[in-house]
Design a protein around this ligand. Sequence first.
Ligand code: GAL
Length: 684
Amino acid sequence: MRIVGMLAVVVVCLGSMGWAQAAPAQPASAPPILLGTAWYPEQWPESRWDADLTLMQQAGIHMVRVAEFAWARMEPAEGQYDLDWLERAVNAAAKHGIYTVIGTPTAAPPAWLTQKYPETLRIKEDGRRDQHGNRQQFNWANPKYRELCRKIAAQMAQRFGHNPYVLGWQIDNEYANQSFDPDTQKQFQDWVRARYGTLDNLNARWTTQYWSEWYSDWSQIPIQTGYGNPGLLLSWMRFVSDTWRSYQKNQIDAIRASADPRQFITTNTMGFFDGFDHYTVEQDLDMAAWDDYVGQGHLDPVRNGATHDLTRGFKRKNFWVIETQPGSVNWAHINNSLDKGEVRAMAWHDVGHGADTVSYWQWRSALNGQEQYHGTIVGSDGTPVPLYEEVAQIGKEFAKAGPVLAGTSPKSEVAILYSYDSRWAIQWQKHNGDYDPVKALLSYYGPLRAIAQSVDVVPPTVPLSGYKLVVAPALNVLTDAAAKNLADYVRGGGHLVLGQRTAMKDDDNTLYPERQPGPLGALLGGRVEQYYALEAPVPVEGNFGAGQSQLWAELLSAKDPSTEVLMRYGVSNGWLDHQPAAITRKVGNGRITYIGAWLDDASMRKAAQWMTTDAGVHVALGPVPEGVDVYPRYGADHTVFILVNFAKTNQTVSLPKEMEDVLAGGAKKAVILPQYGVAVLTTK
Ligand code: GAL
């Protein structure tokens, strides 16, 4: 009844907008590339909604995300649900051709809830209970909290699961905090028991004869973070990840019980945040989405691009930027604004990497609350801020380019492998305090992306045969399954490059007795003889020119006669002098390479050139001037190239063939881009 009534209203209104001629049973489908914003109708009088939605519509905004912090409004007392206002908000948006994504509000429990059920509040690592008044104060492992989450999610799904204007769901908001209460510890002990079966097995695999860590009862197993037995540390983080997965599944099940299958379910992650294994948690979601904030400074297209590619790799398909900053944030040291034009450039950089939606956080600042200074699209008076016009330009451009971008996605011949196990293992024992595994990844990513113009970031267990080149920087923990996958890839003709610190440890974060690269050593025909944390860079020289290794150097040996030395260290600490720094071996049609140095930018560019040439990687568009990013998106019968100029001066890009300029119009053989200039070109 409710839906039928709503549709009647919607149809009348859409008719007046000119894009719903007849009375459709369903609304026109949502535009392929969506511009969106986070909207908090619960913070404003209903009489204001229409003015906001009109301004959104005029800016080309077609999506609002709502309700993710509105628990107190939706359930003001236990079991008393009030979703009528939200339904009115969803329907009001629909009248403006704006679709909705609904967030479950579980990152912000109401005060009555935590007062009545204090056990739902997390215990922080210092033993103190968190309190109401911020957010994410809940205990993700607590059964009572999960029961209350399930109930509110079920109510919401019953109300909105069939609403034609609700595109999908966001579960919670930025999973982050753990709890260190006794019940969670017991759950962890049960988790460990399920994984290891017997204490003998656990004691052997964690080498607990060390420091008398030996356990004679499961209840003795502590929670450790940061410093402790490496097997225990890794187990805790895997437990944390599994617990986020079950926390999320609890709500997914509640929603799926009532929601149309067309409604997607996602959550918003935080880029390279490492508080849980995202490959574990994303398994149950339909789509990945992330919150893309620059914070202080300006867009770094390499780091941000790698983060997009990481997020795309969670489900290995297009994703959403479900939050991004309209100009500035409020939480950095200096909350500078992005430059004029930079927000638009960033939006196209997002789409280029495979985002099908770019959504600004937030539309209008709450008049009170912790985030009064954050960037918005309208001011506290409800009228546009200067950025509004730029957002409106993006809206127009998304509408123009949507049809050629529909159904397209990035496709890469190069993959970089990433694993949370490895990231944590290195962070717990950096050995050189400045060693950052994400920066190690970026040292490969930047030059490889510049050459190949598209790179996937994926975990080491996915099918790899479609890639010409696979690079594993700092893949410290190599599970049996990953080792087999990588060896099969090389034997099948792929080119595998292993970076520093790779394949040092097994699935329990235990050292491989055969030293690096563990089970891949035989294939490589060489190994790491010794690693050295560096106080100062050391010289390296060879096929990638003369350069330096910073932070870390691994002394390699080439044992097999067919293993070649590509680079050697220069004179440094005596041990490294003239010793191999990079080695490679052909294996049938494949190749395995180990690079033991952290190469400087210039040598890394040469190394990337060598790898991509040897592996036969083809360049998507052809060479472009420095500072210009190329983002290909492939469809069944055409390719779209998005170009963004991040250089400070005008750049001319010549095209390998004539293409249609989607935004400016006309057929082009070359385009001239000013700083932050964008071109969208299609081969169709
Ligand atoms: C995100 C969060 C939003 C908002 C935003 C501000 O991390 O999901 O709710 O707080 O930061 O930058």
